[in-house]
Design a protein around this ligand. Structure first.
Ligand SMILES: Cc1cc2nc3c(=O)[nH]c(=O)nc-3n(C[C@H](O)[C@H](O)[C@H](O)COP(=O)(O)O)c2cc1C
Length: 258
């Protein structure tokens, strides 16, 4: 089989997040095509909306900033027009809404790349949902899931590594991992990111919390150290994110109220 059986797979396999953009503004036609392609993703119930900003200081000085939201308000509006009420619990609605919004978001990335645009997700939006509510005047039952900076790339980077396929695809049975599988997976990821000076270029080393001396420099700080520092230190207590959900009108733990 050729490396790229067709242009769609070629676009997918050449994806890379872009963090530097030229000043050129994408046309309205391009923006609408990106969002239309996003919409055409498979959906559970189109439980999403996309907010767009083209003004102000946007992340990475990108010309476009999309905020992809889970939108249950719109679902309710449509159901109410048919004299129905939403009865499903908020956690289930969020789960399916996150699936809808995520599929849409990734379609937007790939549509953009196929037209020469680059993009980069910004994953902290849920943690400042309250600010996004104010900025866009959001009614209840809309949750900002993720933001996507987009524009014409100023940088040309190599693709970033992924786990080996045998650490991802398991036919018929999930394996018990052994060192022969784990080490090559870790090495591939760490060496791949370090060979690009990825964390140094993005100044993205996560500091250690507490008094422990940090033995890592950008010479040996790789992807597995990065994810360990993230998920081994951040947000042990769910209260911050639950509070943001409640601010958006979603009550995942119905016995808790602000
Ligand atoms: C949900 C999500 C949130 C992300 N948040 C950020 C972010 O806040 N800042 C950033 O620079 N990159 C962010 N990224 C981009 C990832 O760092 C990037 O996709 C990953 O390193 C793989 O690199 P690649 O996209 O170039 O293949 C995010 C990606 C996803 C899917």
């Amino acid at each position: 089989m050729p490396e790229y059986p067709n242009s769609v797979v070629k676009t997918l396999l050449n994806h890379k997040s872009i963090r530097s953009y030229i000043e050129k503004e994408p046309s309205d036609d391009i923006v609408e095509t990106v969002v239309r392609a996003g919409q055409q993703a498979p959906f559970v119930s189109q439980m999403y909306s996309v907010l767009l900003t083209r003004k102000g200081d946007l992340p990475f000085d990108a010309p476009l900033l999309f905020t992809i939201c889970v939108d249950i308000h719109k679902l309710e509006t449509v159901m109410n027009a048919r004299d129905w009420e939403v009865k499903t619990n908020d956690l289930s609605l969020l789960l399916f809404g996150i699936e809808d919004a995520s599929l849409m978001a990734e379609n937007m990335v790939i549509a953009g790349e196929s037209m020469g645009l680059g993009s980069c997700f910004l994953g902290m939006a849920p943690y400042y949902a309250d600010k996004i509510i104010d900025d866009y005047d959001l009614p209840e039952k809309i949750f900002p899931l993720v933001q996507l900076a987009m524009g014409y790339p100023e940088e040309d980077k190599p693709t970033r590594p992924r786990y080996p396929l045998d650490f991802v695809l398991f036919e018929d049975e999930y394996p018990e991992f052994d060192a022969d599988q784990i080490k090559p997976a870790i090495d591939k990821m760490d060496e791949g990111y370090m060979s690009q000076d990825y964390y140094e270029e993005n100044d993205a080393k996560i500091p250690l919390q507490g008094d422990e001396k940090d033995e890592y420099t950008y010479e040996n700080y790789g992807w597995t150290e990065h994810i360990s520092r993230k998920w081994g230190q951040w947000y042990e207590n769910p209260e911050d994110i639950l509070k943001q959900f409640r601010k958006c009108g979603f009550n995942i733990c119905p016995d808790k109220e602000d």
